[in-house]
Structures are given as structure tokens and as C-alpha cells.
Design a protein around this ligand. Structure first.
Ligand SMILES: *Cc1c(COP(=O)(O)O)cnc(C)c1O
Length: 368
């Protein structure tokens, strides 16, 4: 491949020495669960997001489900989720025994449509769970107003949104809670699985802290039926090395996205609209194209690797067949899932790589 989708190992190469030192420090410390590395990362990430609290957990899926439980969501409750998202958003809701109430996206931003959210609220609705999909902010001010009007929790899935700004402030503070994944390919990625919940609410932070550790505050005394979902100190140490370069790495993505937007503006491809007064971090660079699979094959033949995020909408997955939602139930989500193609983007691609992709697209895609 002349332009690979992702160069994860280049992230190690750039920071090899401080990362290796961090791993050795944990190994030599004797602290293999919890301890000073975890505390230090939690403190640093809370400061980065502007939230009062950060609680590290094992992965992004647990961050979502533990945050929901901490917000008092449980069996019998309904949670409004986007019809177009990575399936983890839905799984977090159904794993805790609550019900998903999918709502279609705004056709231009591809993120949860506040007008449709308001119409979907019913007597059992307990929370709204927007996703900042692809690293573009959901309409938090509008969703916050709706949540306040109806007395609902607002939990944002920020797994693709490290560093996204809304109204000049980073996401992660200001909602009821935010759930984070540090899966290796995310904008802030660990060397394995990791996640966190950030919140300004003392009680929510405390509830996640207790639940991630077997429901126990004092060893061998269990207040609730918790789980084992602790953020590994090795991952915390690696994340502490990577957090200081996050903004610089995001800047590279923003520059690459700008290059794409300029280079393909006259082509017959759709890109998502960035909401006014928000700053995206382009976790992915998605386009919608008429013949998605044909374009992916033609780009591969020219050495450009692409991926699809995501090929099947959650409601059409066999995992959710029992909910009884067939094709046509959520047409906006289905359209995005049928036509979406993700172009290479990331801190370890060069602008010349982006130019290579743009040249290939200009040779393959008709003008508008
Ligand atoms: C990655 C991701 C998750 C889940 O994170 P894991 O750490 O893989 O469990 C949840 N939601 C979204 C939108 C994601 O992209």
C-alpha cells in the first residue's frame, strides 16, 4: 500500500523512549493495580477536559455502561441513542438491562438530530446518549437544553472525540458525564484496552469508582454488584506520555482534513457538516459516495487503503434481530452505512499522502 489507512507503530516510534521509560517505571514500582500512575493520569485527563473528575476504567464500553448505571439508568428505562453509531453505544445500554430508543441523525452533520430527540422522549426515557461520531461534535447545547427541560441525564459518548471543542471548551465536562475509550487507534490511544468516565458530578464519579472495583470501597466489603473494570497502570503510564502530544497530533489531522475538503470540494462526494462554534478532531475522514465498494476497490488498486465505519447499522445486526427492526426502519442511518467510506487520516500520515489520495479520487470520482 502506498497510503496505508493507519500507521499505529509510527506512534510508538515517535515516543519510543518516554514510553519505554514509563513501562519500566511501572514494572519496577511494584504497583500493578491502581496506584500513583493511575491517579496521575486521572488527574491529567480531568485537567485536560476541564472536568472535576476522571475515573479510569478498562475500556470504552465499560465507561458507557458504568456511567449509565452511575446516572441511575437501569432495567425498564429507555435511553435515546443514535441510529448510526458504532454498536458499543447500543451494547452499553442493553447490557445493563435498559432499552435503546434509536433516533435518526441530522442528514448534514450525521450526528443525533435534536429535533427528532425531543419528539422521541416518552415516560420511560431516562437519558440521552449522543456520540461525537468521527470526531465531529454532536449538538451539545441543543441536547443539553432538551435534557434540562425534560429532567434527563445527558451522557456523551466521546470515544472518538478527544480534544473536540464546543463553544471553545473541550468536551468531557458540562454534561452529566462523558465516556471515553483509549483503544489504540483512537485520537488518544493506549497500548491496549483502556477507558474512562469524566464528570463534574461528585456522586457520579464516586458511583463509577465503586462499581469498577467489584462494588467495593473498603476491600472485601461490597456495596453494590460491581465489576472488575480497572484501568491498568501500564496503560495509564503510556497514556500519560501521549496526552501531552494529543493536541499536536490532532492538529495534523485537522490540517489533513482541510487538505481533503479543499481537494475534493467539486467531486461527487458528501462530507459531514461541522456545526458552527465547534472544532472537530477528525478521528476519521468519512465520505459518502454513490458506489462505495467500487470506489474502495479502485482506490486499493492505486495503493490507497480505506475502511468502512460501519458496514452494517446496529439495528440490522443479527445481535439485535430480536428487536424486530428490519431494513427501512432507520433510513438515514442505513444510507450512511451503505455509502460511507473512510479515507486515510492520522498523525503519522504526511500531507503528501493526503495529496496522493486526492489525486486518486480526482481520477476516479466524477465532478458534481
Ligand atoms: C471505540 C468506541 C467505543 C468502545 O470503546 P472500546 O474501548 O473499544 O470498548 C464506543 N463508542 C464509540 C463511538 C467508539 O468509537
Amino acid at each position: 500500500m502506498s497510503v496505508p489507512f493507519l500507521r499505529l507503530q509510527a506512534g510508538w516510534d515517535e515516543l519510543a523512549q518516554p514510553l519505554a521509560e514509563a513501562l519500566l517505571r511501572v514494572g519496577a514500582s511494584g504497583w500493578y493495580i491502581g496506584g500513583p500512575e493511575l491517579d496521575a493520569f486521572e488527574h491529567a485527563f480531568a485537567e485536560y477536559t476541564g472536568a472535576r473528575h476522571c475515573v479510569g476504567v478498562a475500556n470504552g464500553l465499560d465507561a458507557l455502561s458504568l456511567a449509565l448505571l452511575a446516572l441511575g439508568v437501569g432495567p425498564g428505562d429507555e435511553v435515546i441513542v443514535p441510529s448510526n453509531t458504532y454498536i458499543a453505544t447500543w451494547l452499553a445500554v442493553t447490557h445493563i438491562g435498559a432499552t435503546v430508543r434509536p433516533v435518526e441523525p441530522c442528514p448534514t452533520t450525521w450526528n443525533l438530530d435534536p429535533d427528532r430527540v425531543e419528539a422521541a422522549i416518552g415516560p420511560r426515557t431516562k437519558a440521552i446518549l449522543p456520540v461525537h461520531l468521527y470526531g465531529l461534535a454532536a449538538d451539545l447545547p441543543a441536547l443539553q437544553a432538551i435534557a434540562e427541560r425534560h429532567g434527563l441525564a445527558l451522557l456523551d459518548d466521546a470515544a472518538q472525540a478527544h480534544g473536540v471543542r464546543v463553544g471553545g471548551r473541550r468536551v468531557g465536562a458540562g454534561t452529566s458525564a462523558s465516556a471515553w475509550s483509549f483503544y489504540p487507534s483512537k485520537n488518544l490511544g493506549a497500548l491496549g484496552d483502556a477507558g474512562a468516565v469524566t464528570t463534574d458530578d461528585d456522586r457520579v464519579a464516586d458511583a463509577v469508582r465503586v462499581r469498577r472495583n467489584y462494588g467495593s470501597r473498603v476491600k472485601y466489603h461490597n456495596e453494590v454488584t460491581g465489576v472488575n473494570s480497572r484501568l491498568d497502570p501500564i496503560q495509564a503510564a503510556a497514556l500519560r506520555v501521549k496526552l501531552p502530544v494529543l493536541d499536536a497530533w490532532n492538529d495534523r489531522r485537522v490540517a489533513q482534513a482541510g487538505r481533503y475538503l479543499q481537494g475534493i470540494a467539486d467531486l461527487d462526494l458528501e462530507t459531514p457538516t461541522v456545526l458552527a462554534d465547534t472544532e472537530p478532531v477528525w478521528h476519521l475522514f468519512p465520505v459518502l459516495c454513490a458506489d462505495r465498494d467500487g470506489l474502495a476497490r479502485a482506490l486499493a488498486a492505486r495503493g490507497v487503503e480505506t475502511l468502512i465505519h460501519y458496514p452494517v447499522a446496529p439495528h440490522l445486526q443479527p445481535a439485535y434481530a430480536h428487536l424486530g427492526w428490519g431494513p427501512g426502519t432507520f433510513p438515514l442511518a442505513e444510507r450512511i452505512h451503505a455509502h460511507e467510506l473512510s479515507l486515510p487520516i492520522g498523525p503519522h500520515l504526511a500531507l503528501s499522502d493526503i495529496d496522493t489520495v486526492v489525486d486518486a479520487l480526482r481520477a476516479l470520482v466524477p465532478r458534481r
